[in-house]
Each structure stands twice: as structure tokens, then as C-alpha cells.
Write a protein that binds this ligand. Structure first.
Ligand SMILES: [Zn+2]
Ligand SMILES: [Zn+2]
Length: 274
């Protein structure tokens, strides 16, 4: 481990826990990991298994400090290191976890404002005061994150939200940041054949091939509105061919992506053979 390994890291690099230890010489656990060997503080914003409500607002990460029960303190352990990090010479490096055990390197960060307090639930579900550190990426390079990762983080939060009490959900929803932040993401786009798409729509003749009802509305050109669906999803290696495409009403299309029942798939396979 050396400061060289640290400076070779690029935003978007993904490390496992061992890689994190090897690079920084930090402890193998915790959300804030101080290393004296590389004079760094590694901080982890975990979107998978964390009680902390970290969030990006514009280009500032509002990062929750250490301490899983009771009120947190700026004097406590690495909260203190982070509080003083603009003056103490400790380089702060941020990782985010979108997928269990995968640490995505975001970059070196610095405090962009005074730490402040807010109330969040502790591990037992009772409200307490936590320290929140506003952090900004120091360099110019921001990582481009896989779109699926960012969506995964949203889904994880959504699951937590469904479990909250009515009061707590109301409290969080009404104190939301109003203007959504943005993150730069990349996704793998399948290039689809326009002939196949047009063919599937024409073959359907304005009728959904699952529920057999006419399209629910006309588009601006006065054509029946249907959506083309791949019976074996492209993401799962399905082919972009007439044998694998059908035209569906938006309702049935959604149903196929949410439920994808065997019976419905059978119906669609049959419709393709006509
Ligand atoms: Zn339908
Ligand atoms: Zn589809």
C-alpha cells in the first residue's frame, strides 16, 4: 500500500473490501476509515445496507457522520477527523456502494461548508441528532455511474420508505429537497431494428396482442398507440426479430415487465406465429 496506489485511482473504479484495504491501508469495516499509513480518511456512503440518509443536492453530498445509536458528536472519532479535514492534512476519499460489497470510487472530497445537525432515525428506529457533512468533489472529474447502479440505490431507499410509519414518511416527504439532484450515468443501449418494430406494429393491426383490446388512444398522427415488446427481453439475450416481438397496449406492456407470467408469455409466443 502506498500513496501511489491512492493517486492511481480513477473516479468510477470499483474496489472490493480487500482492494480498499490494499490501496489505503485502512480498516476493513466501518463507514469512515482512517489510515495513518496513507494519511487518508476513506468514507463510504452505502446505499445498500445503511441506516444513514446520505444524499446529493446539486454537487454536494450531505454525508451522515459516525455513530449508530444516540446523538452523534463532532468530537467523536472520525467525525472529528472529517470536521478538521480542511486543515489537518488528511486527504478524504469518497466511495459509494450501490451493489453489496462493491465500492465505487467517487473521488477526493473536501468540506464545502460547516457540518450541521439534523434528526434521523438510529439503528433502533428512534429519532436522534446526527452530524451532516457537506462534501464536494475536489477535482474536475466526476464519475459516470452505471444507470442500473443509481436505479438500484433508489429501489433500496424505496423499500426502506415503504417500511416507515405514516408520520415518519410524511416528515421525510415534506422535507424533501424539492429540486432533484442530477448524476451522470451511462447505460448500455440496445440498437433495435426499425423494420422489426414497424412490422410488429403493423401485424398487430391496432390491437394489443395480449389483452386483444384496441389501442387505448391514438397518437398525434392519429395512429393506434401500441408499444413494441421483446418476448425474451433484449437484456436477457432475446433477439430483435419478428418471432420475438409483439405490440402491446401500455398496460399489458407494463404487466409483462413487472410480472412476465408464463401464461402471458405463451399467449405472446402464439400471437407471433400468426
Ligand atoms: Zn393489452
Ligand atoms: Zn417490453
Amino acid at each position: 500500500m502506498s500513496t501511489e496506489a491512492v493517486s492511481n485511482l480513477k473516479p468510477g473504479d470499483i474496489l472490493d473490501n480487500q482492494g480498499l484495504r490494499d490501496t489505503f491501508g485502512c480498516s476493513p469495516q466501518g463507514g469512515m476509515r482512517r489510515s495513518h499509513e496513507t494519511n487518508t480518511l476513506v468514507i463510504v456512503s452505502n446505499h445498500v445496507v445503511s441506516i444513514y440518509d446520505d444524499r446529493w443536492i446539486d454537487d454536494v453530498l450531505h454525508y451522515t457522520g459516525m455513530g449508530s445509536t444516540g446523538d452523534q458528536s463532532l468530537e467523536f472519532a472520525q467525525n472529528k477527523t472529517l470536521t478538521n479535514s480542511n486543515d489537518n492534512g488528511v486527504a478524504v476519499h469518497l466511495f459509494e456502494v450501490f451493489v453489496d460489497r462493491e465500492y465505487t470510487y467517487i473521488g477526493q472530497v473536501h468540506l464545502s461548508g460547516e457540518p450541521y445537525f439534523e434528526s434521523q432515525n438510529d439503528i433502533e428506529g428512534s429519532l436522534r441528532n446526527v452530524c451532516v457533512f457537506p462534501l464536494k468533489i475536489t477535482g474536475d472529474i466526476k464519475p459516470t455511474l452505471p444507470k442500473a447502479y443509481v436505479e438500484q440505490a433508489f429501489t433500496t431507499k424505496l423499500k426502506q420508505a415503504y417500511r416507515l410509519s405514516d408520520e415518519e414518511l410524511e416528515r421525510r416527504a415534506t422535507s424533501s429537497k424539492r429540486k432533484p439532484g442530477t448524476r451522470s450515468t451511462s447505460s448500455l443501449q440496445h440498437e433495435r431494428d426499425p423494420w422489426v418494430t414497424a412490422h410488429a406494429k403493423r401485424r398487430a393491426g391496432g390491437v394489443c396482442q395480449l389483452c386483444k383490446e384496441p389501442a387505448p388512444f391514438m397518437n398525434r398522427q392519429g395512429e393506434p398507440y401500441l408499444e413494441v415488446h421483446h418476448i425474451v427481453w433484449l437484456a436477457k439475450g432475446g433477439e430483435d426479430t419478428p418471432e420475438n416481438t409483439v405490440a402491446l397496449c401500455p398496460n399489458c406492456h407494463r404487466k409483462m415487465h413487472i410480472v412476465n407470467s408464463k401464461d402471458d408469455v405463451e399467449v405472446l409466443l402464439g400471437a407471433c406465429k400468426l
